[in-house]
Every structure is written in C-alpha cells, then in structure tokens.
Design a protein around this ligand. Structure first.
Ligand code: HBI
Ligand code: FE
Length: 287
C-alpha cells in the first residue's frame, strides 16, 4: 500500500493526542460546499487574479491561466490529474496544518496537502491558518513549474532528514527557509520584482504591500541569512528575500544541509526587521 493509501486507511479515525488536524488525508467533500462558499471562491479568485499581471512571477501567471480555476471551487481529483501530467504532483485533502513529519512526508512524495474548507465570507481579507483559497490559489500554480516542483520535493526530503538527524534547531531553520521562499518569496525578472510566495499571492493586502511599500527590506537571497531570520506569522513581513530564478533556489538548497546546520549552530537569530553586515539591499523598482 503506498503512502497515500496508508493515509487513507486512517480516514476519519479519532486523532491521537497531539496530532495535527492535517495529519490525516480526508476525502474532499465537494458536495458540501454551499452557494456562499462558491461565491466566496469566485470573489477571491476574481479579485486576486486581477492583481497578478505585473506583480506575480511570470511562471505563476502562466500556470494560473492554464489551470482555469475561476468559476467554481476546484475538484481536487481533477486538479491532481492536471498536476500529475505536468510535474508528477497531486494534492490531497486535509483538515488543516500538518505536523512537520507528515508535511515533509507528503512533499517528499510529490503530494501537496490542501485544506478542503474555505474561509467564511466575513474572513475574506484575512485568516490566520491556510484555507482552500490560500493552498489552491497560492501554492498549486507553481507546482506546475518543473524546477519549483523539484524544489518542493527536495525540501520535503530535506525535512525528513532534518527530523532524523537535525533536531529542533534544524527544523526551525528549515521552517524559515520555507517561510521566506515558498510562502513569502520574491523573484527578480527582466521587468522588475515579482511575487512567487503563496502567502503573498493569496493575500490582496500583502500583494500590494510586498512590492509597493517602503516599510519592508528586500534583500538578495542568501541561504544562511534566511535560516537565521525570524518571521512574523500574523502581520505583513518586515523583510523579503529576492531570488533571480527558481534554478538559483533549487541549486542553493541542493547540497546536504548537515555542514550548514553545524555552521549555524549557536549563530544568533536575526530579527525580522533587522539589517546586518553583508546584506545586499534591493530597491523596490529593481529590474
Ligand atoms: N501543513 N497543511 C500544511 N501546510 C503547510 O504549508 C505547512 C504545514 N505544516 C508545517 C508547515 N507548513 C511549515 O512549518 C513547514 O516549514 C514544515
Ligand atoms: Fe502555505
């Protein structure tokens, strides 16, 4: 029985103490979405996709258009079939956040856990934890990009290794790498800075702030710097890290992290809004 079948064998079992809601794969209850849910999806999709041209990474804009997700809450089976053909990924429905182990295990097997429920209409502009719109609109399009899809699987494999040998420090440093790339990353393209982080792309406010505001620092991607940098989970980021390509991201994280964890052991954490020696600042209008 493959990993997914094993998860499906735990369907609707009572969660053991300390388990995360997302630690079991569930069936997407597609028949349970209300008219209000469908309206919420359409409203969010129309509003956010209209902001993408000129702000989101080219690969994101192209994949979003190809997926044609605008009219109704997507059927995960159909979306998985599209992803499988493009990059061998699929999505699995979960109730919410997964424990690190489960999350890494999914990514290492090219499965992205997607929350099946959608925020309430009154939460249109913000909610704390990832919902269906954050996961599908924010994360799924770039899983259609071969290099980014490879990076996500490598991240999962690295996470499983960190769980085995790295300990708490390594996990915290990996979470920061995920945060400042997959969730809140920026990329520099010929026409200027563009967004690729799902946490930005699924938020109207942060989509505008991340490119237009003078408040946050925008720093050149630097792996050790990122792994030392704290982040905020309930407000716009105070700094963003900028890559020049997904290849750069994949290449920088390809080597084994063990020497990196050793070099970073005992290194001071850096505050989310700090600037330190060696930082390369990138202007808002950088091209
Ligand atoms: N679980 N469902 C879900 N989605 C995530 O993006 C996620 C998660 N669990 C942990 C996590 N992200 C990050 O802390 C990773 O760095 C592990
Ligand atoms: Fe996310």
């Amino acid at each position: 029985m493959d990993g997914l079948a094993a998860y499906q064998a735990t369907l609707n079992q009572p969660l053991p103490a300390g388990a995360y809601p997302g630690d079991v794969v569930v069936r997407q209850p597609i028949e349970r979405y209300s008219a209000a849910d469908q309206q919420t999806w359409r409203t969010l999709y129309r509003r956010q996709s209209a902001l993408m041209p000129g702000r989101a990474a080219t690969a994101f804009v192209e994949a979003l258009a190809a997926l044609e997700l605008g009219d109704a809450i997507p059927d995960f089976e159909q979306l998985s079939a599209r992803l499988m053909r493009a990059t061998g990924w699929r999505i699995v429905a979960v109730n919410g956040l997964c424990s690190d182990r489960v999350f890494f295990e999914h990514l290492a097997n090219r499965r992205f856990p997607v929350t099946w429920w959608l925020r309430a209409p009154e939460q249109l502009d913000y909610l704390q934890e990832p919902d269906l719109f954050h996961d599908v609109f924010g994360h799924v399009p770039l899983l259609m990009n071969k290099i980014f899809a490879d990076y996500m699987q490598a991240y999962g494999k690295g996470g499983l290794k960190a769980l085995a040998v790295g300990g708490e420090q390594a996990l915290a440093q990996l979470a920061r790498l995920y945060w400042y790339t997959v969730e809140f990353g920026l990329i520099r393209e010929a026409k200027g800075l563009r967004l690729y982080g799902a946490g930005i792309l699924s938020s109207k406010g942060e989509t505008l702030y991340a490119l237009d505001s003078d408040t946050p620092h925008r720093l050149r991607f630097e792996l050790e710097r990122i792994m030392r940098t704290d982040y905020k989970i309930d407000e716009f980021q105070r700094c963003y890290f900028v890559i020049d390509s997904f290849n750069e991201l994949f290449d920088a994280t390809r080597p084994d992290f063990t020497p990196l964890y050793r070099a970073l052991a005992g290194a001071e954490d850096i505050a989310a809004d700090a600037i330190v020696a060696g930082d390369v600042m990138i202007g808002r209008m950088a091209a």
